[in-house]
Write a protein that binds this ligand. Structure first.
Ligand code: ARG
Length: 460
């Protein structure tokens, strides 16, 4: 006879290494407290509904509560022979309170149990994600406020495009993290549906109270289809997908932090505590932490692909394939929380080389659009203005003279409409400040946006 909790119909005993292969206790023990919480709620409900006696219900709840305390005190030892967290807990409970422990599994299956534990695990941790995102967003606003008028090159194709402010750049990331925040906030809705009571797949003949259990566990809703309840992992996929988008955002900023702290750019310097040295080159200061976040983005996408692929084509309802869901989510939860925190720290200690940023807008041609716009306001069709300025840029490149350093007579030779007032318009500060269209980079816009965003954070 088999030594398993489910061993009744088995005659042979599996080899240890086979048990090891099937087991999940080495990782699903992370859901130990959720498993106990779920069982406590279920045991209370069984008593309340008269499915087991109040006395039995109390005995079970007390036993589970004692296990909870032992768990907190780090006194619980799991056994791979018991396969997963659910059967480990049941067997520990049996050791503690005897055969009455066997009544706990009435009207329940490991299928709705694991789904419940996993929902709870994600549900309990999403608020931390929202918290670290808020801290990051707050840090971005502090930095944006400091640099609302710090002029720098804006890029397209990584070529100088038009001047912007560093504050405006930072607020672009604020917006991305705001959408991330909203996605994780929504993620809570689907993590907060209770599968408990779906039993194996079809529901149960016992007169259970699913709403009571859901309430006890802090769920906002219950699944309305038992097959869906035990086989849905959308909430986990949504988490991994939201995490992937967030990490993509972080990786873009990480890339810029790395690039901008190079000798060639020299726009910023990361603080010592978020940089590392080289074991051979004494002069080195590497942006390791930004690189690591960039790297962990790949790991996050991998987890999303892994779970999507696991779930693909799975027939309803529960399949053991789904045991592969948890490690991905556990790992990416840690990855996301740590990566966002590292970013907040990096931004907090950042040194910004304002003069250097400004200087790169003063010997380039990123003000060429200003001149084209100027001609357009004087009635020159924009296409024609574009061609005229293109010619001037070519001359400027050949003679190493930026537009604002050219003589008025030379400019007028290209376009007689140009007058003395052009020089002010060509200054990068002016170029920035004239971009007052909604969402534009003008300093007054940036300041207004900071206030609007501060209100968003205050309302949380
Ligand atoms: N350890 C399993 C998992 O993580 C629990 C559910 C097992 N159910 C079953 N019928 N084998 O998915």
């Amino acid at each position: 006879m088999s030594d398993k909790l489910w061993g009744g119909r088995f005659t042979a005993k599996a080899a240890e290494w086979v048990d090891e292969f099937g087991a999940s206790i080495h990782f699903d023990q992370k859901m130990a407290s959720e498993d106990l919480e779920g069982s406590i709620a279920h045991a209370k409900m069984l008593g309340k509904q008269g499915i087991i006696s109040n006395e039995e219900s109390k005995e079970i709840v007390n036993g589970l509560t004692a296990l909870y305390e032992e768990l907190e005190a780090g006194k619980i030892v799991f056994d791979v022979k018991n396969e997963d967290i659910h059967m480990n807990m049941e067997s520990l409970l049996t050791e503690k309170i005897g055969p009455v422990a066997g009544k706990l599994h009435t009207a329940r299956s490991r299928n709705d149990q694991v789904a419940t534990d996993f929902h709870l695990w994600v549900k309990h941790r999403l608020p931390h994600v929202l918290e670290v995102l808020t801290e990051l967003q707050a840090e971005l606003l502090v930095l944006a406020d400091e640099h609302a008028d710090t002029v720098m090159s804006g890029y397209t194709h990584l070529q100088h495009a038009q001047p912007i402010t560093y504050g405006h750049y930072l607020l672009a990331y604020f917006e991305m993290f705001q959408r991330d925040y909203e996605r994780f906030e929504f993620n809570q809705k689907h993590a907060s549906i209770s599968p408990l009571g779906a039993a194996a797949l079809a529901g149960t003949t016992f007169p259970i109270d699913r709403e009571f259990v859901a309430d006890e566990l802090g769920f906002d809703a219950i699944y309305h289809n038992s097959l869906d309840a035990v086989s849905d992992r959308d909430f986990a996929l949504e988490f991994l997908s939201n995490a992937s988008i967030l990490m993509m955002h972080l990786s873009r900023m990480a890339e810029e932090l790395i690039l901008w702290s190079t000798y060639e750019f020299n726009y910023i310097e990361l603080s010592d505590d978020f940089s590392t040295g080289s074991s051979i080159m004494p002069q080195k200061k590497n942006a390791d932490f930004a690189e690591l976040v960039r790297g962990k983005t790949g790991r996050t996408y991998g987890s999303l692909m892994s779970l999507l692929t696991t779930m693909k084509s799975l027939p309803l309802a529960y399949n053991k394939d789904m045991q592969e869901d948890k490690e991905q989510v556990f790992d990416i939860m840690d990855t996301v929380l740590a990566s966002v925190k590292v970013f907040t720290g990096m931004l907090n200690g950042l040194t910004v080389h304002k003069e250097r940023m400004l200087a790169t807008t003063q010997d380039d041609f990123s003000n060429a659009t200003e001149l084209a716009d100027y001609l357009a306001t004087k009635g020159v069709p924009f296409r024609e203005a574009h061609a005229i300025v293109g010619q001037l840029v070519l001359i400027g490149i050949q003679s190493k003279t930026p537009l604002q350093k050219m003589n008025l007579s030379d400019l007028q030779a290209a376009a007689p409409q140009i007058e003395e007032d052009i020089y002010d318009k060509l200054a990068s500060e002016t170029a920035v400040n004239r971009r007052t269209s909604i969402g534009g980079t003008a300093v007054e816009n940036v300041k207004k946006e900071i206030l609007r965003n501060q209100k968003i954070l205050e309302a949380r």
